[in-house]
Design a binder for this molecule. Sequence first.
Ligand SMILES: [Zn+2]
Length: 697
Amino acid sequence: MNKIIAVVSIFILFCCTQVADKPSGSTKSISSSNTKIEKSFISFRIGSSQSLPEKRFNELLDLFDKYKGVTDEITFFTHTTHAPLPLDSFRQRIVILKERMVQTRKRGYKTGINILTTIGHHNENLDNSLKGDYTYMTNIDGEVCHGSFCPNDENMRGYVRNIYQMTAQANPDYIWIDDDVRFGHNPVGRGCFCDNCLKIFEKESGLSYTRESLKMKMNEGPVEEKLKLRKAWLQHNRNTISRLLGLIEKTVHEINPAMPIGYMTCDNFFEGNDFGKWAKILSGPNHAPVMWRPGWGYYNDANTSELVGKSHDIGRQVSALPVEVVSIQSEIENFPYQRLKKAANIVVLEACSHIAAGCTGAAFNVLSMYDEPLDEYEPLVARLQEARPFFDLLAKSLGRSAIAGVHTFWNKNSFIIGNLDDGNWVSTGNLLVSHELYDIGLPACYSIINAQVTILGKDNVFALSKDEITKALSGGVYMDAGTLQQLNDMGFGDLTGFELVRSENKDRIEKFTNHTLNGEFAGRERDNRQSFWNLAAYTLRKTNEKAQALTSLIDYTGKEVSACTTGIFENRLGGRICVAGYYPWTFMENLSKSSQMKAVFRWLSKDKLPGYIASFQKINLWIREPQNGKIALAFTNSSFDPAKNVILMLRTENKTIKLFNMKCKEMVIRSSGQDGPYQKFIIPEVEPWQMRLMVNE
Ligand SMILES: [Zn+2]
């Protein structure tokens, strides 16, 4: 199941927060941020079964008091289930939560309300949920979700105004909007294509469609026309979200102009990913603080790759936020909260990993959803208290500085390329290539602005203008064969250096040439067995004499069948290109291929990559842009084996680094030598599933 559909179908549950102490400033890019953060923003999100019964509520506060410092904010959910509540039910809960917040404040915590359901997530507990003259969320085939409603429906907007008024009048320190404010509501998937939304689209764009004709135009016909219409629909979605957030802002700030509002997001590609504008809207005319909770699904520790996958999802979201947003609490979600589903150590690492990827804190939604004692959760709370100093150290050291390195391409219009070959556009799944290249020690980067190398997969170029493509090809680009073909078809052939000759689905083996970037691995082979993992192997031909082959293809007798399947080229604009025609995204984890990739990415960046892990280990790395001459980075040993003698190559003239383990214990390491602009630091050992924070002196 693809990721987007997975997120829609797994219950995207509960949320929560903490408040930004220092709002505001100008709308500078994050790259120039010097925002000072003294400690992490940590909150717990509390379900109704723990907040409404008085006995449970008092036990909860006692537990937090016992582990003082484990959280600064306690945030109460309004709902237990995911469809909107009737106004009377909502009011009854708010009356109790108002009193709960008074008690919570007396114990020294900030406290607020998380409105789990504004327009509704999906069909759940419908018998006890909102009914009336409201338009249901409607998909492009006209099917409706009875647990969520159209945000453009005037009656629904009235309902939203009512629940936010009641919430603001309960005097919370802050209010959170949950991630139901998006378009992906089970069982109908993406909306909203109700008659009213089609009319609004017509007013915005001058284009008149029925659902049937719109669907046909989005999915069939010339690529240019499809892209144009899809782009207009993304703008329509941005406008719809903006209108709803504007209504919420106005409602809340009419009652309390300084009230911080938080918004929980996912990778909101179909919503048009307008994070900068949405943050500005939520801030309102009085520039109230805005908080953010980037999220996505990682509900148990059965699949360890999904942990860092969520960090990458979160990193993308944070990269789109303006620098004024400082309280960025990753969603840590253990639904349905069964303690053995996710180890306490993994919950801790997850929070650290998301901070490394850009957050400044975490919102823990990890406690019971039942009216029951929290005995079995106490060890988790104790473990999080123990980890708090490291959360603080990470947030303070990494702050809101931008992340540099290798960027897997996406932008605000990325969604337009989904299912481009006459598929069903609105059901598009995952848009991004695999993140496996980041598992070998290359630094992840989420914004093209801060990247030294950009990764382009097939169809990505359709989300870029010609100028943007030229700019990209003037820098470092790693691409697959499909992208090469598309660029050449678009007239960029003189900048790519290669053309496609053929593709084959027969079993083929990649063989390393004698090129200097292959170093000691010349002659090594990589066999990914098309008979098992079927992906075409491409033959490239050089179109410029300066292009060079890094690997050839051989068959199973060892006979060469193609002189080049992966090659590099430096073009007339100074851009450096690598075209990878054999499993470009996966199977990077043997010594020869991972070493080749590190050499290639360093070459693509012209030695501008801020750093990388040169040793052969499974390590995820995030490097921040230098702030006042200081570099900070964090990395995880994403393996069940200890990583010994980890070699960190860091682009710095400074010969000393400070390294902190997750107990904040400091180790000073001096450079063991230099390679070009990089100092070599050898880290004796990192235990399995542990992170290290590094700052240079
Ligand atoms: Zn609608």
